[in-house]
Design a protein around this ligand. Structure first.
Ligand code: HEC
Length: 142
């Protein structure tokens, strides 16, 4: 029994090491990148977008209290985030502007009164916070 566990651990470690070795990146001209270059390429590629959406999720679940009425894939009180993201992407509209109270509803206008009550709160947010909420909601598109 003990040897079996040991060999599984060894196998996992071996797989891990070999898969890292294969993970070579290329630049846009197809030249392989050195380890250092790969690191900076990864660092410059992602952070901005993910961190703003992550911040948006924090506000969404936290002080925004949005999660009480909105779930990712099912309609609760409000439409699902997937539905909202789909429609806002199709219409190329801005959730951030909507949350400022400056836009008409385009998802479910018949229920707008319920959502509208939240503007009292979202109007007190900064533009960046509203943008973070937008990035988070859009990131939930299917
Ligand atoms: C009390 C329940 C409730 C809360 C809390 C709530 N919403 Fe809503 N939300 C709704 C309802 C109902 C709708 C559907 C009406 C509509 O489309 O305007 C909606 C619609 C929306 C829409 C689509 C608007 C459109 O164009 O039709 C967005 C975007 C949205 N909510 C984002 C948020 C965010 C972000 C928060 C948190 C700051 C939040 N909601 C908090 C109930 C709520």
């Amino acid at each position: 029994m003990k040897t079996l566990v040991k060999s599984i651990i060894l196998l996992t470690i071996t797989l891990f090491i070999t898969s890292c070795g294969d993970n070579k990146k290329e630049d846009k001209y197809g030249n392989p990148l050195t380890k250092e270059e790969t690191k900076t390429a990864n660092e410059t590629a992602k952070p901005e977008a993910t961190s703003l959406a992550e911040k948006g999720k924090e506000i969404f679940d936290g002080k925004g209290t949005c999660a009480t009425c909105h779930k990712v894939d099912t309609k609760v009180v409000g439409p699902s985030l997937q539905d909202i993201a789909k429609i806002y992407k199709e219409k190329n509209a801005s959730i951030a502007t909507f949350l400022k109270g400056d836009e008409k509803p385009i998802v479910d206008p018949s229920q707008f009164e319920v959502m509208k009550a939240n503007f009292a709160l979202t109007k007190t947010f900064t533009d960046e916070e509203r943008q973070a909420l937008e990035d988070y909601v859009l990131s939930q598109a299917k």
